[in-house]
Design a protein around this ligand. Structure first.
Ligand code: ZN
Ligand code: ZN
Length: 128
């Protein structure tokens, strides 16, 4: 009896018909890797963003791994989700401007979501 590999879609003859899902070790490892990526886990040898920032800050002699949201001032820990908010709506920016750091500010997820397509000036004006 043949089965179809869930990764490469090739037909293969499984050694254990009931439990085997992939044609071989390579596809099994690929499936595990794809699952890890889908769950947002770092790939083998990779580290999450917070690890890089923490090591950088430690090297600078810093021990406070948090930073304030540019809009509401809430302290965001490096381990919490944080966003980069565009100070001008993305639709108004050129491709080069979108890639540039000039129009990006650290933001908590709430402010970035509330800001939506507003400019920074519109958003901070609305909050007052
Ligand atoms: Zn396969
Ligand atoms: Zn905020």
């Amino acid at each position: 009896m043949k089965k179809v590999c869930l990764v490469c879609k090739e037909k293969y003859t499984p050694k254990q018909y009931a439990t085997q899902l992939y044609c071989g070790r390579a596809c099994k490892e690929k499936a595990r890797y794809l699952k890890a990526v889908a769950e947002g886990k770092p790939r083998k040898g990779g580290y999450s963003r917070s690890v890089y920032i923490r090591i950088w800050m430690k090297a600078r002699g810093e021990s406070d791994f948090s930073a304030p949201c540019s809009f509401c001032g809430t302290q965001i820990s490096v381990d919490e989700p944080f966003h980069l908010a565009h100070t001008l709506p993305r639709a108004d920016l050129t491709f080069e401007q979108i890639k540039s750091e000039k129009f990006l500010k650290l933001s908590c997820p709430d402010c970035n979501q509330a800001m939506g397509q507003m400019t920074e000036a519109e958003f901070t004006g609305e909050k007052q």
